[in-house]
Design a protein around this ligand. Sequence first.
Ligand SMILES: O=C(O)c1cc(=O)[nH]c(=O)n1[C@@H]1O[C@H](COP(=O)(O)O)[C@@H](O)[C@H]1O
Length: 224
Amino acid sequence: MSNRIYVAIDTPDLQRAHAMAQRVRHHVGGLKLGLEFFCANGAAGFREIAHIGLPIFLDLKLHDIPNTVAKAVQALGPLAPAILTVHASGGRAMLEDAKAAAPTGTKVVAVTMLTSLDANDLGETGVIGSPADHVRRLADLAAEAGVDGIVCSGAEVALVHRAWPKGFLVVPGVRPADGPVGDQKRVVTPRAALDAGASILVIGRPITQADDPDAAARAIAATL
Ligand SMILES: O=C(O)c1cc(=O)[nH]c(=O)n1[C@@H]1O[C@H](COP(=O)(O)O)[C@@H](O)[C@H]1O
């Protein structure tokens, strides 16, 4: 893929989502639809956005018992998303069953440690060790369970890339050098994330909240 930016279309409003996707479509490689969009618009909304013709990353971060996740992945099968997320902390059996239930062309990627968390947040959830240790442990589990890749921050992607060179590595929480970080805590620039081994970048607000979203997408793409 020449353009490795997936733009996060985070809105519950189908018209706005469609207009935003149309606006930036020539400057991104794919579109990411997440919980906010899918809870409001479901499969019908997904199909409307898919008509635009770019690959769709369906980011539902599924996390439940193996049977429930497998049945949910099966139910999403007719949508044939290019990429689908589950949580790595759902465990080995959940990851194996999610992959087995996904259509052949869908990459199943496992979210390791959300980019909105830092070492302190991790400690509060009872996890001992650094973010890097935690991401590495979950990435190893994801690789062993046979999913296609993981989601992590740009701060850990280099170490995962070394351990799993063939893994499909998704990096969100990227910000142009001077941009506001918002609720993200483990942030790097788009260029740094790609240099460290990211397969694709997920970028939302730096594009969608810009005064001129297509110019913002073009400007970020030009740095890559
Ligand atoms: O799975 C994701 O895409 C994801 C994982 C993660 O750890 N952090 C994260 O921000 N995301 C998603 O990436 C997008 C980031 O959006 P911005 O912070 O607006 O660029 C959102 O749609 C998040 O749901």
